[in-house]
Design a binder for this molecule. Structure first.
Ligand code: TXA
Ligand code: MG
Length: 349
């Protein structure tokens, strides 16, 4: 199959590309499109056969449910069985935006979308291309991140092409994603709303609206077995080709440890990459250093993480030594993804 890439500079003016994508969605095909978080691979959420094509294109395990994307708050009503009162305040404050909420699902949602669960994850993205595509398709769009299963999520159309070229008919290219990490997944069916996957809407932002919020144990730890609430969290994710090792400690000790480890790996003939921050970058020599951003701006660091992991692939490094980032604000989402990219290999400085 040939994969076409259509560039969209302006969702209003370049409408013909979006209309073409909407026609494909209505015809039961899959289309990759930009959101403010990462690129998604979408299909009509109410059509089980169309949704099945997403799993096939990605090589995604069928027990990992998808997020349903809508373009208006009212769209949520027919997709869920009940809407807890707190959900309305969250929708008002954070939609459209990078917050996914989990509700009891209505009969309209096929089991393929939810991997047999009786709950459904729903979000309203704020990227103008995503919103227009959903609106023009006139159906809710089920969409996981548009990467091959297990790879780093795509934040540029080229990443989607690298992963899914030849496997899908169309990619809408809306430039680089602003948030750069997937949405926060918040379980609204729990007694206390619980963050299953941290993202751009942070714990701190949610507590301001809700008062009490929990963070699932799996956020910074490996999750195994039956008790997994968000099945996506149990897979090794976001893995670049290189092995990733996270180094944790006080800033100067961390730098010393990373330099010592880099020397060792280089002696073994390995190409070493270092994932650093503005505050530390000048302390590393003779290695390939990528900078996430300043430690004072976790949102900026978050937006660069997946780009950096893919960049290390292009640079051909064998091992990435990554600095631990404080887990406040977007830092929690950064460490959630980084630890998975590292398969939880952490070294203390
Ligand atoms: O930002 C995003 O959320 C992106 C863009 C495309 O919207 N989408 C995305 O989808 O990251 P995906 O499929 O890569 O991740 C969905 C996550 C998975 O961890 C999945 O297990 C979880 O949401 N999930 C989906 N439905 C669920 C449900 N009913 N209960 C618990 N977890 C659910
Ligand atoms: Mg994903």
């Amino acid at each position: 199959m040939e994969t076409r890439v259509l560039k969209i500079n302006d969702a209003e003016r370049d409408c013909s590309a979006i209309l073409e994508a909407a026609r494909l969605i209505q015809a039961g095909e899959v289309v990759a499109f930009p959101t403010e978080t990462v690129y998604g691979l979408g299909a009509n959420a109410l059509d089980a056969a169309a949704v099945q094509k997403i799993f096939e294109a990605k090589g995604r395990p069928s027990d990992n449910p998808l997020i349903v994307h809508i373009s208006k708050c009212q769209d949520v009503d027919r997709l869920v069985r009940e809407l807890p009162p707190a959900a309305s305040s969250l929708m008002e404050r954070f939609w459209p935006g990078p917050l996914t909420m989990i509700f009891k699902k209505s009969h309209l949602i096929p089991d393929t979308v939810t991997a047999g669960l009786d709950t459904v994850a729903i979000r309203m993205p704020r990227h103008p291309v995503a919103l227009k595509l959903i609106e023009r398709s006139e159906v809710p769009i089920a969409a996981p991140s548009a990467n091959r299963s297990g790879h780093t999520s795509p934040t540029m159309a080229q990443h989607v092409l690298d992963d899914l070229g030849g496997r899908i008919p169309l990619i809408l290219d809306g430039g680089r994603c602003e948030v750069g990490l997937e949405s926060t997944v918040l379980d609204m069916t729990a007694e206390v709303p619980t963050i299953l996957r941290p993202g751009g809407i942070t714990y701190e932002m949610l507590t301001q609206v809700l008062g009490e919020v929990r963070v699932d144990d799996g956020a910074l730890k490996p999750v195994k077995g039956q008790r997994v609430k968000s099945p996506g969290m149990k897979y090794t994710h976001y893995a670049p080709r290189a092995q990733v090792v996270v180094v944790r400690g006080e800033l100067d000790q961390m730098v010393d440890k990373i330099n010592a480890m880099a020397q060792e790996y280089m002696k073994q003939g390995m190409e070493v990459g270092i994932l650093a921050t503005h505050e530390t970058k000048d302390y590393y020599k003779e290695v390939k250093v990528l900078v996430l951003g300043s430690r004072t701006q976790p949102a900026v660091m978050a937006s660069n993480l997946f780009w950096a992991l893919r960049q290390f692939d292009d640079l051909g490094v064998d091992i990435v030594l990554a600095e631990w980032i404080e887990t406040r604000e977007e830092g929690l989402a950064i460490m959630n993804r980084m630890l998975r990219a590292a398969a939880f290999r952490v070294v203390d400085a």
